[in-house]
Design a protein around this ligand. Sequence first.
Ligand code: ADP
Ligand code: ASP
Ligand code: MG
Length: 444
Amino acid sequence: MLVLKFGGTSVGSVENFRKVADIVRDTEGEKIVVLSAMSGVTNTLVQIASLLEANRPENALTLIDELNQKYLDVARELLESDEAYYKAQIVLKKHHQTLISVSSEEFNSDQEKIVLAQGELVSTNLFQLYLEDIKEDSVLLSALDFMSIDKHGEPKTEVIRERLGKILSNYQSSIYITQGFICRNANLHIDNLKRGGSDYSASLIGAAVRAEQIQIWTDIDGMHNNDPRFVDSTFSVSEMSFAEAAELAYFGAKILHPQSIIPAQENNIPVLLLNTFKPESKGTLIHNKASVRKIRAIAAKDNITAIKIKSYRMLMAYGFLKKVFEVFEAHKTSIDMITTSEVAVSLTIDNTEKLEAITNDLQGFGNIEVDTDLSIICIAGDIAQNKKGITSAIFEGLKDVPIRMISYGGSNYNLSFLVKTSDKIAVLNLLNESLFPELSTAPV
Ligand code: ADP
Ligand code: ASP
Ligand code: MG
């Protein structure tokens, strides 16, 4: 079994739906096709939800109608037979009605999740109808029947495996289609795996069926050595280890959802990143036999807040850090980076929902300073501490950039440091020049 996940751009237009169908047809064997919402749709659904939350149902209804019209236009152009178009109209009407009825009810977070789920539900339905229209046999599975998370938002991997296995045993097809992103939570209500979560769905499904390979088809030819949104001369990296890919995804390489590598890594399933618009390009293979390369790639994660706790009570004391960590644990906020000196500790977080409560609780420990608008720059590669010259190679080119924190030695695959977000683009470009001087001849 293979898992093929296609992102928003890949199913963003009639032409692209056709491209995806070609790729699926050209791929031999049994496969589960995981689709995102059409590009831009989840953003529109987020907007609809915000308007409903702000008690502006008329404005929400305008967007709901526009979205419905967009879907109808796509369906009309995509589906040749009247029968398929008729079926699409019925499906679209149902989703339109769902959004309208949510708009007339009192809005809460359950409603928000129902709204967000509509994007993937529609794209998979349209794709299945298209395959039917071109006489390609397929089965549409609802992710809501097997994709399950617990009360902490963590996937219930055993439940997913068992349910999906049972569902698949009812059919015999070579193409199964299902939604990325959406799931059911501990209350069995509709929920999601957070923005960009379709990659995570694909990886969880791959792990559940013990797939041979998980393919992530997107709009770029694999993982690049640096963020192509901010650096011009980047190149596709042909292979990397799970550890490197996990660090890069976690620290901002948007091509992969932060948690998506873990299920593949745990089950040793290779992940291949491919380009829907250039299916012949090799892409990036993420597997456990990747060759070793000192510096593999660079990524940046924004919206970081640093908290510094300065206290002379730390001097020679034990148990201080435990108490600090307990505050973050109590507020369910995870810490990304940490550095300490004898009288101060600096931590970073990316979720600031509980920042005020956290700083209030920390007041008793000493003097608290909060710094916002920061970015973590992550350098992934085989950066073991026993290798010489790596840190100087990294920092030599950054002489003029103020660096707020450095984290090195935590893992063999990552060196990360904190800068002001306003310096991020310059830092990514400077590092590209100093760490990949061979850019004209892309390395393996
Ligand atoms: P999809 O909709 O297919 O999930 P995304 O937009 O989530 O696609 O991810 C693909 C995008 O990730 C690319 O278009 C690119 O701009 C961005 N990106 C950021 N960092 C990297 C990187 N290191 N390598 C490749 N793409 C990256
Ligand atoms: N449609 C969702 C989003 O835009 C999930 C995904 O595309 O991965 O975030
Ligand atoms: Mg994505």
